[in-house]
Design a protein. Structure first.
Lengths: 678, 127
């Protein structure tokens, strides 16, 4: 990302806001432009979505610049919009000067942005704008004689998006005959929608023509599906609503809204080809993440109060005289519970952003580096739509970049060498993101050299991290790449000897409640998987008790709980293990971990099986107390330094409870000894 | 075993598509849907590695199916091929614009479909 000179001294706060938003837009444009260039280089079809995205970016930038009175940017953005429009209507081809003009415009935007706040600098930076604008105008004018644009339909463009040509034709005919175009909406259970939909379709047909049925996922639920029936009728929406007697159905007009929303929007952006309209661009609000944090804290407070209410109800129930009130309270409590859950989900949802923002950055770094390093690499990104808490996304950039850079720099071999090893000359780096329960996994894989475990072990021995006679499993050895201070050259052929600090990656991820895993096959590649919680906000926790001290274990990492007889616990050297369906599950006693009293040796214990990524472990506790919503708050003072404690939470009775940091606990105890916490 | 969903209202085309895809290099399990509605019902019940859909169907059209699949977080990653009889640039652009991964114009050689299907399945395999 381009770093600007410090401008805090000479720009106002609003200008800074403008610059940061404009910077994001220009980043997106760079991404789109790179995609276009790739497509042209590969002689591919131009992806209309890429052009549409660029078009929307140009439009946003124009609106934004207009708002801040930055005329050179606004003017150039307008021209850019024109040429992109011509491009997406097929009037201009990529082979024309179009692509270099677009590239030049993006470059000029960047220099203009650097100059914001400095009138003189702006003037200098704006010098090329006039000439460039003229060139663009000429290119667009020259291309006017393209394929004919389909007659503009006076219908909501959102609807047109999925219509076939035939359906468009029906629509046109209906409009010509002066019929009203309406949408009839209804939501059904996905398992049994057909009966209801058939009835609704019949009702619609009895009043006119059913042109198309548009399905859409229901926002609130996986098990429901929403349908919009696009119909033409001699009746307007209001009149039609009275005639369609199907419960739950609603009727609205599908005509394009009459007046544009803002007079500032001089250029119509709704093409006849049914692009998402201007509305979908401007219906976004930028909010300071701290405001969302505040909102989240408030929700958290409510959750705690709700817990207290639950306790009060329990007290009421336990007394004969008040038990009848308790029933009424329970009903209210249940409803409150439900609404609070909805509120929680809604607030968390606002914080979620798709990962493609940072994946685009990574793609650009890879593009730049592969040239520099003389390596031929294909980057395959999947799951860019996976969403993660905004705060976590920001924190993820550095570790992700680090891991990808490593793969490119150290793991992928030069083309000639790859061929010599029987691999295709072009290397492959994959980034796969997907959701797993309450976590998001981001896996970076490569088909490079793999990790040289022997060399790794030798280096670890040389640094005294491992004794020469110590037996380590393959996995244990791989884990050494995360040990602090070890020069972790990932590739056997690497000669640069640059330390790459995978320990920093692990430290960063652990701080976010995540873990990082490595898998590697010598000669054929490495996969580094980073697992992160979706959000750090409110989590359901299992409350456990050890020596009368309560702890909360985030439910997202709890796999199951077991009742354990002391004789079932096996010992192997200094470790305790439990046979769990044929697998040896390592155990850890929380009492020992936190220096608490131990129960009598014959007492039964509970094992809470926790897992993050592929690491599993059983935590031994005295008692389970049930599940609670917990709001994890950071703690300060000496307790904060204890490894294994993520923070504190309050539950119903307002007694603070320590929240376990499962990620830190499940890490290999051996490495913990060697890398003690400061 | 790769699972493919074919959505096509014409029984003849359905049979043709199925027989073409049964000869893929990898073992496949093919599920046929006679309409867009049936596809909507099948999606949450079975998991698919590839969807092949017609455009012009009586209930919901193929573009709407594409839009539904690609705007739904649960199905978005399933690669999707549109096959359609009429050569329509606009339908093609719309389909691809909505996120379809490929577009084939009927009639096409079975080998072309296999090639496209194989490419898309290979790209999604490591996912």
């Amino acid at each position: 990302m381009a770093r600007r000179r410090s401008r805090s001294g000479r720009t106002s706060k609003t200008e800074q806001e403008f610059v940061s938003e404009a910077e994001e837009i220009i980043e997106r444009m760079r991404g789109g432009l790179a995609d276009l260039e790739d497509q042209r280089a590969a002689n591919d079809e131009v992806d209309p979505e890429v052009v549409n995205r660029l078009f929307r970016s140009a439009h946003s930038l124009k609106a934004l610049a207009g708002l801040f009175g930055l005329d050179p940017i606004r003017h150039l953005a307008h021209q850019l919009e024109e040429i992109l429009d011509a491009l997406r209507l097929g009037r201009v081809s990529l082979e024309s000067p179009a692509i270099s003009l677009i590239a030049e415009a993006v470059r000029v935007f960047a220099t203009l942005l650097e100059a914001v706040g400095d009138a003189e600098a702006i003037e200098v930076a704006a010098a090329p704008v006039a000439g460039l604008s003229e060139q663009i105008e000429a290119a667009v004018r020259a291309a006017r004689s393209g394929p004919e644009v389909v007659e503009a339909l006076d219908v909501d463009p959102e609807v047109l998006r999925t219509l076939t040509e035939y359906e468009e034709h029906r629509l046109q005919e209906s409009l010509r005959h002066g019929r009203h175009i309406v949408l009839v909406d209804a939501t059904f259970e996905i398992d049994s929608f057909e009966a209801g939909l058939t009835a609704l379709s019949a009702a619609v047909r009895s009043q006119g023509e059913l042109i198309s049925t548009l399905p859409a996922p229901d926002d609130g639920s996986d098990s429901r599906i929403r349908f919009s029936l696009l119909s033409a009728s001699s009746l307007a929406a209001d009149a039609l609503a009275g005639r369609i007697d199907v419960p739950g159905a609603s009727v609205r007009s599908a005509m394009r809204r009459a007046a544009p929303r803002a007079p500032a929007a001089a250029t119509p952006v709704e093409g006849a080809d049914g692009l998402p309209s201007l509305q979908s661009i401007s219906e976004t609000v930028r909010v300071d993440i701290r405001k969302l944090d505040e909102l989240m804290n408030l929700v958290g407070e409510l959750v705690i109060q709700r817990g207290a209410l639950g306790d009060l109800i329990t007290t009421l129930q336990s007394h004969h005289a008040t038990a009848w009130i308790a029933n009424d309270f329970t009903r209210v409590h249940k409803e409150l519970n439900r609404k609070l859950k909805d509120l929680q989900t809604a607030v968390i949802d606002v914080r979620m952003v798709p990962l493609h923002q940072i994946f685009e950055k990574v793609s650009r770094v890879v593009r730049g580096l592969r040239r520099e390093l003389g390596k031929d690499v294909r980057l395959e990104v999947r799951g860019a739509d996976t969403e993660l808490d905004k705060l976590l996304v920001e924190e993820l950039v550095d570790p992700l970049m680090h891991v990808v850079r490593n793969a490119l720099d150290h793991a992928i071999e030069a083309p000639a060498e790859r061929v010599a090893r029987g691999k295709p000359p072009q290397g492959r780096i994959g980034i796969d993101a997907f959701q797993r329960g309450n976590h998001v996994v981001i896996a970076v894989s490569d088909d490079g050299t793999g990790i040289d475990t022997q060399g790794l072990r030798a280096r670890a021995e040389a640094r005294g991290l491992v004794a020469a006679d110590e037996t380590l499993s393959e996995r244990d050895v791989l884990e050494l790449i995360f040990a602090p201070g070890i020069s972790t050259r990932l590739g056997v052929t690497d000669t640069s000897g640059r330390g790459v600090g995978m320990d920093v990656v692990r430290t960063n991820l652990t701080a976010l409640g995540g873990v990082v895993d490595v898998k590697s096959t010598p000669g054929s590649g490495t996969t580094i998987s980073m697992t992160l919680p979706i959000t750090l906000a409110i989590v359901q926790s299992l409350i456990v008790c050890v020596d009368e001290q309560r702890f909360a274990i985030p439910l997202g990492s709890v796999l199951e709980t077991l009742l354990v007889e002391p004789r079932e616990i096996q010992r192997s050297r200094d470790r305790e293990l439990l046979d769990l369906r044929g697998e040896a599950l390592p155990l850890r006693r929380l009492s020992a971990e936190f220096g608490l009293g131990t129960p009598p040796p014959e007492a039964k214990l509970f094992a809470v099986v926790v897992g993050i990524g592929d690491l599993h472990m059983g935590l031994l506790v005295d008692r389970l107390e049930g599940q609670q919503d917990t709001v994890i708050k950071p703690i300060q003072g000496p307790i904060a330094a204890i490894r294994g404690i993520a923070g504190a939470t309050e539950i119903g009775d307002r007694e603070p409870v320590l929240v376990l940091d499962v990620a830190a606990l499940v890490e290999d105890p051996q490495r913990r000894r060697e890398a003690p916490c400061p | 075993m790769r699972r493919i969903l074919i959505v096509e209202d014409s029984p003849t085309m359905r049979a043709l598509l199925t027989s073409a895809l049964e000869e893929l290099g990898t073992p496949v399990k093919i599920t046929e849907a006679e309409s867009g509605f049936e596809a909507l019902r099948l999606l949450p019940r079975e998991s698919f590695d590839l969807i092949v859909t017609d455009i012009n169907m009586p209930d919901i059209n193929g573009l709407e199916l594409v839009s539904f699949v690609k705007s739904n977080a649960a199905y978005r990653s399933i690669p999707l091929v549109i096959v359609s009889t009429e050569r329509s640039e606009r339908d093609r652009d719309k389909g691809l614009g909505l996120g379809a991964d490929a577009y084939l114009v009927k009639p096409f050689e079975p080998e072309t479909l296999r090639q496209v299907a194989e490419d898309l399945l290979a790209a999604s395999r490591e996912g």
